[in-house]
Design a binder for this molecule. Structure first.
Ligand code: SOE
Length: 396
């Protein structure tokens, strides 16, 4: 069978997903053929250029027309968050499998509607998945496997941070990611969502309550060069930043363990630094995206005199996803996760199983984001996160 893909959107994530769609079928033995059929965007000329550059067969400007086509099997949504719900729900209702970028939506209400649509579609054999790509960095998947095997024992605490610095310059122009109507939230939803999902994924536990604060450091930014569709509401030439720049919060896991979360675009010198450390009574595991082939493991059950963090190079053929690539020690990078995402989605479609992260898992992250915003707005400390129903439980 051949699965024909339509990708809606063509920004940074469009480029990254295109690499995944192009590479996965060439490197992995997929159960089905994949064809990069059409990329969709509003600017006909720019989207045609993107199609030519990235290897899509065609480009189009109307996503509704594209999802109505009989020759499209998968719809990949890489637009800003404000259109995720509308496009993903329409695509699912049209009988297309859907891959949707993170965060799933801009609000809990939208995410609930999407999870409902996904559940209805699943009953008809239509699959859906959220693009929390970092789950598919081999070292991160391996952390999940090691924790499930008991390598760290009972988890006492997790430390999860995602730090970037692209907003430190106050003259950095306004962009869609800085306006609530387009992005839903700021550092919290854009990168905080990754570490919430990663924490739930690697521990197999849910975040049940949060307490935290979000803040906006630079409240107005130049509109110049920031593209169309942005609202300027302040002094001439400047537009209001309506999302957070920094989110710092504490989480409680379903086991009772505590998590410290930090998501920021103001960590000077940190370009794309996602790190997570899980500490338990038998050991600890530490991962840092800036050194993504490496995992650090502290084994408390080893003799005391030789205990210490051991560096594991996650490039062995036995490590998740690695055997299809290069011999041991030949490093993988940021883009490989996008291929692994395609492998998992296409495999699930062929096998008739529901891939992960599901829209229900995306909804669980959305609820955590909303609870952090509530905690910060009210200043009243802990806010409970609505428990996932059984079917939504975070899956391994
Ligand atoms: C921008 O902050 C961004 O591209 C995020 O949107 C991505 O999800 C993350 O992978 C890298 O940073």
């Amino acid at each position: 069978m051949t699965l024909r893909v339509a990708m809606i959107g063509y920004g940074f994530m469009g480029a990254a997903h295109s690499v995944g769609w192009r590479q996965a079928p060439r490197v992995f033995s997929l159960p089905d053929e994949v064809e990069m059929a059409v990329v969709v965007g509003r600017n006909a000329e720019a989207v045609a250029d993107a199609a030519a550059q990235w290897g899509w067969q065609e480009s189009a400007t109307d996503w509704r027309e594209v999802i109505a086509r009989d020759d499209i099997d998968i719809v990949d949504v890489v637009t800003p968050g404000d259109s995720h719900a509308e496009i993903a729900i329409a695509a699912l209702e049209a009988g297309k499998h859907v891959l949707c970028e993170k965060p799933l939506a801009n609000t809990v209400g939208e995410a609930e509607a999407m999870a409902d649509a996904a559940a209805r579609a699943a009953a008809r054999g239509i699959r859906s998945m959220v693009g929390f790509t970092y789950r598919r960095v081999p070292a991160v998947t391996f952390v999940r496997d090691l924790i499930a095997q008991g390598a760290v024992g009972k988890i006492a605490q997790v430390r999860a941070a995602y730090r970037q610095d692209w907003l430190v310059d106050p003259e950095m122009p306004l962009a869609w990611r800085l306006q609530k109507e387009h992005a839903g939230s700021g550092a919290l939803g854009d990168i905080g969502a990754h570490i919430i999902d990663m924490t739930q994924f690697v521990t197999g536990l849910d975040v049940t309550a949060v307490s935290g604060v979000i803040d906006t450091i630079v409240k107005e930014r130049p509109l110049q060069g920031s593209g169309s569709g942005l609202s300027g509401t302040a002094a001439e030439g400047y537009g209001e930043v309506t999302v957070d720049d920094i989110a710092i919060f504490t989480g409680r896991l379903s086991s009772g363990a505590l998590v410290s979360f930090e998501a920021t675009r103001f960590a000077t010198g940190r370009k794309n630094d996602l790190s997570i450390e899980v500490s338990g009574d038998k050991g600890a595991l530490r991962f840092d995206l800036e050194d993504l082939n490496t995992l650090w493991f502290y084994d408390r059950t080893a003799p005391e005199v030789t205990q210490g963090f051991t560096r594991i190079l996650v490039t062995e053929a036995q490590h998740p996803y690695v055997s299809a690539w290069w011999p041991a020690g030949h490093m993988l990078g940021y883009e490989h996760g996008f291929s692994h995402q395609v492998v998992d989605l296409v495999t699930a479609i062929a096998e008739g199983t529901d891939p992960h992260p599901s829209f229900a898992e995306g909804l669980s992250v959305q609820r955590v984001l909303a609870a952090v915003e509530e905690s910060s707005a009210t200043g009243s400390g802990w806010v409970s996160v609505e428990a996932p129903v059984a079917a939504e439980t975070i899956s391994h």
